[in-house]
Design a protein around this ligand. Structure first.
Ligand code: 5GP
Ligand code: ZN
Length: 134
């Protein structure tokens, strides 16, 4: 993809602080980190979001997220870990090349990833089950 910044970073055309690289992915430090060690998993092949990501890469990305979470946790001694993946502007996506956020969490940090719980009504539950479940 021309003009995709993450394509260029993932494929080494633009230098980055790289924690890991293989044939399919590059893992880099986020330039605007939510916390110390915030990293991004970037596939080398362009997919705008999870809907476009091939199944094979989706599986590999989760295995890599697990591996990197362990490595980062051990190295930085963080207290917890969030894995976040945004799809679409409404969901907070700002770079339209699939990526997974690896966010180390530290006791007392100010990373805000929580929400106010709503209520699952009988009507909405039945509607969703009828539309989504098999
Ligand atoms: P999104 O909001 O799309 O889920 O996440 C995009 C992330 O990419 C943000 O956390 C932002 O700080 C990071 N980012 C944007 N441009 C660059 C860049 O050129 N280099 C790096 N390393 N991170 C970037
Ligand atoms: Zn791209």
């Amino acid at each position: 993809m021309e003009n995709c910044i993450f394509c260029k970073i993932a494929n080494g055309e633009i230098p980055s602080a790289t924690l890991y690289e293989d044939g399919d992915f590059r893992v880099i430090l986020d330039l605007g980190p939510a916390s110390k060690g915030h990293a991004l998993i970037l596939p080398k092949a362009h997919a705008a979001n999870i809907y476009e990501l091939p199944d094979e890469l989706a599986g590999k990305a989760m295995v890599l997220a697990k591996k990197m979470a362990g490595k980062i946790t051990e190295a930085l001694k963080c207290d917890g870990f969030n894995i976040v993946q945004n799809n679409g502007q409404t969901a907070g996506q700002t770079v339209f090349h699939f990526h997974m956020h690896l966010i180390p969490r530290y006791e007392g940090d100010s990373v805000g990833l929580t929400w106010t719980p709503g209520e699952l009504t009988d009507e909405v539950r039945e509607e969703i089950l009828s539309k989504v479940s098999q």
